[in-house]
Design a protein around this ligand. Structure first.
Ligand code: UFG
Length: 322
């Protein structure tokens, strides 16, 4: 297929681009490089540097079989401080992209949604029918885009089939393509910075949560498993429908368990200290990915936490991109 990947210079977008190229697809990456890296775009993809809202219509005029939309602002904390950046950068941009998709009759869309659309869950594991009550502007903007996608997909001509994939905690690397954020807030890369000697210790954001060891529990998913789901979503995008699927392993690991896994994998003692809770953190986020299994035929192959950490560690020590 001829595919447009927005945000293909970022972490998840670049790994998915590598998988799409391996799958024989013809890929054009559109990215403005505000947070992505030019050298993260896998060789073999065409690259257009530009703002998604401004450039999408021109690019899509060439005729495409599908769009994978990764480009987004994605820092929860920043979204609370500067919501305009998120409503413009995520929602306004995505509506412009949807208009271009519609104008050029692109038949498939796969969208990077997030577990942050659910907010504090009422029960675990979280299914796609759980209430969506985001606790921060980041999650609210992703949910707003999901609603817009539904409207565009079920529009009277039913020309678009869309799949939103709601990621839980993505980690790991695909060879030399991994996570390289200017502002790193994610647990695994921060813990590995301690192992690499570029950070003195890691903070544990609260040890008095209502969980077995008192630290927050999350569902970590390997970025290669995530990419596999995107390829399947392209094949299964139902015309005139918007399918929403969670992506996770269905197993939760606490912050302490993650730090312990990093100690095992790296052989480094990794000093850690308890710090106050981080605002907006739910205690437990674990996915039910039963729908992705049913509708996309997807099952994670790389759910082992030590394996996820080992790939992130190999990248942290020698990776060159993303
Ligand atoms: N944590 C620490 N210390 C740190 C960093 C994180 O204890 O230095 C804890 C957090 O409090 C949380 C867990 O580690 O309990 C995981 O935190 P991350 O920042 O790695 O990931 P989040 O669960 O906050 O965020 C992920 C995605 C977001 C998405 C969110 C949905 O990265 O994009 O899930 O809630 F919005």
């Amino acid at each position: 297929m001829k595919l447009l990947v927005t945000g293909g210079a970022g972490y998840v977008g670049s790994v998915c681009t590598a998988h799409l190229l391996d799958g024989g697809h013809d890929v054009t990456v559109l990215d403005d490089l505000t947070t992505g890296h030019r050298d993260a775009v896998p060789a073999g993809a065409s690259f257009v540097e530009g703002d998604v809202a401004a450039a999408a219509a021109d690019v899509l005029a060439e005729g495409f079989d599908g769009v994978l939309h990764f480009a987004a602002r994605s820092l929860v904390g920043e979204s609370v401080v500067d919501p305009a950046k998120y409503w413009h950068g995520n929602v306004v941009t995505s509506i412009a992209l949807l208009d271009a998709i519609r104008a050029h009759r692109v038949p498939r869309l796969v969208f990077s949604s997030t577990a942050a659309t659910y907010g504090e869950p009422e029960s675990t594991p979280i299914t796609e029918d759980s209430p969506t009550r985001p606790t921060n502007p980041y999650g609210a903007t992703k949910l707003a885009i999901d609603h817009a996608i539904t409207s565009y997909a079920v529009a009277s001509d039913r020309a678009l089939g869309a799949v939103s994939l709601r990621y839980f905690n993505v980690a790991g690397a695909h060879g030399d393509v991994g996570e390289r954020h200017a502002t790193e807030t994610h647990l695994i890369p921060l813990v590995l910075q301690v192992a690499a000697g570029t950070r003195e210790q890691v903070s544990i954001y609260g040890d008095d949560w209502p969980t077995p060891d008192g630290t927050c529990v999350r569902d970590y998913i390997h970025v290669d498993d995530l990419a596999d789901a995107h390829l399947r979503a392209l094949d299964h995008a139902p015309p005139g429908e918007h399918l929403i699927c969670n992506l996770g392993n269905g197993t939760g690991f606490s912050v302490l368990e993650v730090i312990e896994a990093c100690r095992r994998v790296t052989g480094h003692p990794i000093p850690a200290a308890v710090a106050p809770r981080r605002a907006g953190d739910p205690a437990v986020l674990v996915a039910s990915a039963a729908r992705a299994h049913e509708r996309l035929g997807w099952s994670p192959a790389r759910g082992d936490l030590d394996g996820i950490v080992a790939d992130a560690w190999a990248f942290a020590r020698g990776g060159v991109s993303a």
